[in-house]
Write a protein that binds this ligand. Structure first.
Ligand SMILES: Nc1nc2c(ncn2[C@@H]2O[C@H](COP(=O)(O)OP(=O)(O)O)[C@@H](O)[C@H]2O)c(=O)[nH]1
Ligand SMILES: [Mg+2]
Length: 305
């Protein structure tokens, strides 16, 4: 019997856009079905995954649009997944619009998709991570993951990328200090976009000093104007350096994304098991905790074990 999942998986392997779209809907809406589908996909790790993160409005989508152009010129198949975990205003719907409305949206070798994950049980990154596997299996050479650089889910998305571009803009000097704990640890490239507006020097200086003070990392710091197309060559060069490492089989960079995929699959498995274990079971265990027969931790272990 040919199941629906079989048919979708075959379509993905052929690079069929309709099948890819359908598959991403499956992972957004139905994790049980997603699991069956994921089993049918080949090994991951072929597509180069670039996370594009940074505060809202810094020009991430505009920049992605430009990068799509650069990689299309090389003949690459390019996909964009725009993830908006939190936005109460857009409900996750608008984040990718700038890219969706782009000149590339009619290009058959470009696949663009927003993922609205509000209310999805099991975390943002499970669905995102499955979407990456789908796009990888469908033969996209490059996957851009655009995400708003705030919150934990964002850091999880970073864990799925082979390279991370943090996009900032002039006037954010203080925020560099502010977000030390998050974004400042994860970038391979720091872009100060909107350089056409001027006033980006202070931010560049503080980013450079951050880079110099790091003993372990040496990310690039670049002034860019996505709007005017300035500095894009340098950004493309920085990404190409990382991509050629990836293509050359650099183990550490290859592991980066697959490690995230494995962790997400594990989290997904845990969540499924957890929701499958009935509320009744939780009640039964809670009663034991109340009676002093189990500690809270023991009860929790039993619930997920
Ligand atoms: N002046 C200027 N505006 C830009 C530049 N890049 C993007 N923008 C504008 O900044 C706004 C937010 O851009 P968008 O790409 O949607 O930002 P995102 O929220 O980070 O994805 C839009 O109005 C863009 O036209 C740039 O390099 N210079
Ligand atoms: Mg955007």
């Amino acid at each position: 019997m040919v199941t629906k999942a079989d048919a979708i998986a075959k379509g993905i392997a052929r690079g069929d856009r309709g099948a890819v779209a359908k598959a991403i809907s499956v992972v957004e809406n139905d994790q049980e079905a997603a699991k069956s589908l994921m089993r049918l996909l080949g090994a991951p790790g072929r597509a180069f995954v670039v996370g594009i993160t940074g505060p809202p409005g810094t020009g991430k989508s505009t920049l992605v649009d430009r990068l799509i152009g650069a990689y299309r010129e090389k003949g690459f198949k390019v996909a964009v997944v725009a993830v908006d975990p939190t936005s109460p205003i857009t409900g996750g719907a608008l984040l990718g619009d700038r890219v969706r409305m782009s000149e590339h949206s009619g290009d058959r070798a470009v696949f663009i998709r927003s993922m609205a994950t509000r209310g999805w049980v099991g975390g943002l990154s499970a669905a995102t991570s499955q979407a990456i596997r789908i796009l990888d299996a469908a033969g996209y050479d490059l996957v851009f993951l655009e995400t708003v650089g705030i919150g934990q889910s964002d850091i999880e998305v970073v864990g799925l990328s082979h390279a991370v571009v943090v996009v900032l803009m002039p006037g954010m000097g203080d925020e560099v200090q502010m977000s030390k704990a998050g974004l400042m640890e994860v970038g391979d490239v720091y872009v100060v976009n909107k350089s056409d507006l001027g006033g980006g020097d202070a931010l560049i200086v503080s980013l450079l000093s951050m880079v110099r003070s790091s003993k372990t990392r040496s990310p690039a710091v670049l002034a860019v104007s996505a709007l005017k197309g300035e500095g894009l060559d340098k950004l493309a060069d920085a990404l190409e350096k990382l991509r050629s490492k990836f293509e050359g089989g650099d183990r550490e960079i290859k592991l980066r994304s697959v490690r995230g995929l494995v962790l997400d699959a594990a989290k997904g498995a845990l969540m499924r098991r957890f929701s499958a274990s009935s509320v009744l079971e939780a009640d039964r265990l809670a009663a034991k905790v109340l009676e002093g027969k189990l500690t809270v931790e023991q009860a929790a272990d039993k619930l997920v074990g």
